[in-house]
Design a protein around this ligand. Sequence first.
Ligand SMILES: NC(=O)c1ccc[n+]([C@@H]2O[C@H](COP(=O)([O-])OP(=O)(O)OC[C@H]3O[C@@H](n4cnc5c(N)ncnc54)[C@H](OP(=O)(O)O)[C@@H]3O)[C@@H](O)[C@H]2O)c1
Length: 283
Amino acid sequence: MIVVTGATGNVGRPLVHALAAAGEQVTAVSRSDASAHPAGVPGVRHHRADLASPESLAPVLDGADALFLLVAGGGENLDPYAILDAAKTGGVRRVVLLSSQITGTRPDAPSHAHLRAFEDALRESGAEWTVLRPGGFASNAFAWADSVRSRQTVAAPFGDVALPVVDPADLAEAAAVTLRDASHSGRTYELTGPAPISPRQQAQALGEALATPVRFHELTRAQAREHLLRFMPELVVDGTLAILGEPSAAEQRVSPALEQLLGRPPRTFAEWAVRNAGAFRAG
Ligand SMILES: NC(=O)c1ccc[n+]([C@@H]2O[C@H](COP(=O)([O-])OP(=O)(O)OC[C@H]3O[C@@H](n4cnc5c(N)ncnc54)[C@H](OP(=O)(O)O)[C@@H]3O)[C@@H](O)[C@H]2O)c1
C-alpha cells in the first residue's frame, strides 16, 4: 500500500490516479474530509491526517510499503524527524519526497530551509529515499485565473524572463515511477518542463487555449511584492521574486531527468493550458 500526502493538490491528485491505474492500493491523505477527494476510484481509500500532528499519520502509515511526502505550506510548522519516525514505526520502506529545485540551486535560501531540513532528515532516515526537485509549476498560473476570467488579462512581473515550468501531472507520473521502482533509491532528480517560457508567452498560450486574446500587463517588482505579501510570508515572497526576476543559469536550464523517468518528453505549458482552460474561461 502506498500513502500519498497532499492528495488533493496539483501533484497529489493525479498521483493517486496514476498509482490506482497501475493497480496499487493507495491511501490518499489530506486534512480535508472525503468530499475533497474524487469518489469511487478503485483501490483508493481516504484518510484525514495533519502532517503537523505526526500521531494522526500513525494509523495510516501502519503497514504501508511506501510514502509520497509533500511538504505543504513551506513546512515551517512540520517536524521531518517526527514524520519520518512515524513512517519507520509503521514499517514504510520507501519514501519519495517532493522538494524543490531551489534546495539545490540556492542552498542558502532562507525561504527553503525547511525543505532542506526534510531532505537531510530523509537521507539520514535509513529508508530507501528519492528526492524530486521540481522547478516552478505550470499550475502557478492558476493565480491569474480571476483576472483572465474577468478582464482577459495576466498581470505579472518579469514578463520576458523565461523558466522551464513543469506540469504537475508529469511530476505525479514521475513520483509514481519512483514510488514503485526501487532502482531510484538514493537518487535526487531535478525535474523541469521541456522548454523555458516567459509569463508573456504563458499569457499568449492561455489565450490560444481559450481561443480569445489574453493581454499581458507587466507589474513592477514592488507591485508584485505587495500583491504576493497578501498570500505568502515575506521570506518566501522575496525568494520567489529573486528566482522569477534573476534566475541563475541552472534555474533556466532544461533538465533531462523527467524525460528519462517518463520515457517521453515532458508536457508543454500550452498543453497544461488546454487541459485547464476551464478554470480561465468566463461564465
Ligand atoms: N508551486 C511551485 O512552483 C513549486 C515549485 C517547486 C516545489 N514546489 C513544492 O510543491 C509542493 C506543493 O505541491 P502542490 O502544488 O501539489 O500543493 P497544493 O496543490 O497546494 O496542495 C497541497 C496539498 O497538501 C494538503 N495539505 C496542506 N497542509 C497539510 C497538512 N498540514 N497536513 C496534511 N496535508 C496537508 C492539502 O490538502 P488539505 O488542505 O485538505 O490538507 C493539499 O492536498 C510544496 O511542497 C512546494 O514546496 C512547488
